[in-house]
Structure formats: structure tokens, C-alpha cells
Design a protein around this ligand. Structure first.
Ligand SMILES: [Zn+2]
Length: 339
């Protein structure tokens, strides 16, 4: 890019609403390579020149793409051009403006970082809206935070203390690791149990109280609410992934407690993302995680600047060394802000 380009103004908002992924794929003459089902396209990834016909997915309706192969991620139309051309987000925006003859608008403060706003999330009648998780009237404790299992999972004392996790000696979670789950106001609404190690035959690794509605909560939501940080909100699937990302220095992190994003969770994520309106999805690399990630990306892209980092088959956030984790998060999380 020459120096003239540096001074040019880009409205990412406007770009996203004026240029569709369909138009951009057409410009690259890629459309015929994809299989179309409704508003979704599937095909080999044009960014890393992959051959797997199911690795790359596009939601035309939501204006986002994701690659489950070597690209390890996904995002908006701007991210797509950025990856195709090997340039930063700002330069990708300038290219799009030129290709589609868009006039830059008036300069507004912070517009460079406010990357998306397509349409507000649809309102719909949702039976789950009526569900609530009342604060518990008891406390399981004291929990033993020195249990060897927590060390095996790589958790440091500071993290164990901050999340209040530990081995439980009483009640239905006796012998399990208990993980307190809080509502937005910081009151404990449930304890999740994690069996320390391989669970006995016929028993699952995790246990949640009967009647607890996990799809209307986000693990670690109350701590994120108290942060008021402009950083991207990192969204992971599990409790340990959340604690692991937190421990690596990304305090603005929540977990879905599963791989499926609900409407209420999507709204909560939008609230917690704050003014930066940036979200970074870091789901597990297994089939459920990939599906969950693609769906969450498609859903959240309507109202937020969302990037996804995809992991290899056997990987999950807490299987990444802290250095590697900071690398993948840092790479995907840093928006390019014009000087
Ligand atoms: Zn790819």
C-alpha cells in the first residue's frame, strides 16, 4: 500500500452492509466451486487452497465464512479478502471500496474498530425465556482447592482461588470437583461437578443439577460484567477451557457449558462484548465443536464483529500451551486500527 492509501477513510460498517460475500466470491470466480444449500455454501477452501469439499463454509445470509482446515478460523467479508490477499483488515477494506466503487463516508470516531452491524437479532417467542436459575440457598464447602486433579489440569492456585473450584466432600457431588456457576449479579446458582479423571463406567465426566438451565447462562459472566474492558470477548465451550484462557491472561472470557449457542446466550454475549462489540470464538476441534462454532459465527455475525479460531481434531483450548494460546488469540483478536 502506498502512503496515499494510509490517509483514506474506510467505513467497515458500510462495507459490510454494501458488499456481500456472494459478490466477493463471484469476483474471485469461486461460486461454481461451492455446493449451495439454501443460503449456505460448502466447498474446498480457496484461502489455503484446500481440496476437502466440506472444510470451507459460507453463510450468505449472515455474511460470514469459516474454514476448518489450515486457515483455522473465519469471519466476515472483510476478513475473507484480508486472508485471500494476504493483507491487513484496513487494506482489505480499501480493496473492497475500490472493487465495488464505494465512496467513503464521513469520518467518525472509532469507526475503524467497529467492524460489523448487519441487522439486530430477531425477536422471537422463546419458551426458554421464562426459565430462571434462582440463587442457591446453600453453599457447598469448604471445597478442597489443593486436589491433585486441578494441578493435573494445569490450574494455578490463583486461578483455583478466583473461580472457587475444588474437591467436594459432601452431598451429591461428594468425590467430584465442584465448579460454582454464578448469575450476572455474582450469586451462585449451581455447582457443576467434574469427575477427577476417567469417570466410572456408565457415568459421565460432568454433572449439572437437575432443573438447571445452562442455556440461559454463561460461565464466568459476572466477572466479565465487572471488567468493562474494550478487549474482544473470548467464548469457549467448557469450564476448564474458560479457566485456562483466563489463566493465560485473557480475563474477558466466558463458556457456553456446551457447544450449542442459545438465543439468550447470544444476547448475553452481545451485552458482555461491550462497546468494542468484538467476539472471538474458540471452540473445541471435534465435530460438535466445529458445528457449534460455525453456527455461533453465523448467528453472532449479524450484530457483532466476530472472529473464529478453529482447532485441530483432538484439540481444545486447554490442550494448547499458554504461549500457543496467546498466539492464536492474539493473532485473531487484534483488530487493525488505522494510525
Ligand atoms: Zn482454509
Amino acid at each position: 500500500m502506498n502512503t496515499n492509501q494510509k490517509g483514506r477513510f474506510i467505513s467497515f460498517d458500510r462495507l459490510k452492509t454494501s458488499v456481500s460475500l456472494h459478490q466477493v466470491l463471484e469476483r474471485y470466480r469461486l461460486l461454481e466451486r461451492f455446493h449451495r444449500t439454501g443460503d449456505d455454501l460448502t466447498g474446498p477452501c480457496p484461502i489455503h487452497h484446500g481440496h476437502n469439499p466440506t472444510q470451507f463454509r459460507v453463510s450468505l445470509k449472515r455474511g460470514c465464512w469459516i474454514c476448518f482446515g489450515d486457515c483455522h478460523g473465519g469471519g466476515s467479508v472483510i476478513d475473507f479478502v484480508s486472508r485471500m490477499e494476504g493483507v491487513g483488515i484496513r487494506d482489505a477494506g480499501l480493496l473492497l471500496q475500490d472493487w465495488f466503487h464505494l465512496q467513503p463516508g464521513e469520518r467518525r470516531e472509532n469507526e475503524f474498530v467497529q467492524i460489523t452491524h448487519c441487522s439486530p437479532m430477531r425477536e422471537a417467542v422463546d419458551p426458554i425465556r421464562a426459565a430462571t436459575n434462582p440463587p442457591l440457598r446453600f453453599s457447598l464447602g469448604p471445597l478442597d482447592g489443593t486436589h491433585a486433579y486441578l494441578r493435573e489440569r494445569g490450574l494455578m492456585q490463583e486461578t483455583i482461588g478466583a473461580f472457587g473450584v475444588g474437591a467436594c466432600a459432601y452431598g451429591t457431588l461428594r468425590g467430584w470437583m465442584a465448579i460454582p456457576i454464578h448469575n450476572l449479579d455474582g450469586r451462585v446458582i449451581a455447582y457443576a461437578g467434574r469427575w477427577p479423571g476417567t469417570p466410572p463406567a456408565g457415568s459421565s465426566k460432568y454433572r449439572l443439577p437437575r432443573g438447571f438451565h445452562k442455556s440461559i447462562e454463561l460461565f464466568n459472566q459476572h466477572r466479565v460484567k465487572a471488567l468493562a474492558s474494550p478487549e474482544p470477548l473470548v467464548v469457549v465451550e467448557g469450564f476448564f477451557g474458560c479457566m485456562w484462557v483466563w489463566q493465560a491472561g485473557y480475563r474477558k472470557v466466558v463458556s457456553l457449558m456446551g457447544s450449542v449457542l442459545s438465543r439468550i446466550q447470544a444476547e448475553r454475549i452481545a451485552e458482555l462484548a461491550g462497546q468494542g462489540r468484538q467476539v472471538l470464538l474458540l471452540f473445541d476441534g471435534d465435530a460438535a465443536g466445529r458445528k457449534g462454532c460455525a453456527d455461533a459465527l453465523a448467528w453472532l455475525s449479524g450484530s457483532l464483529a466476530v472472529r473464529a479460531v478453529t482447532l485441530n481434531d483432538a484439540q481444545q483450548p486447554d490442550s494448547l500451551a499458554p504461549e500457543r494460546l496467546r498466539q492464536v488469540l492474539g493473532h485473531a483478536a487484534e483488530p487493525e486500527v488505522a494510525a
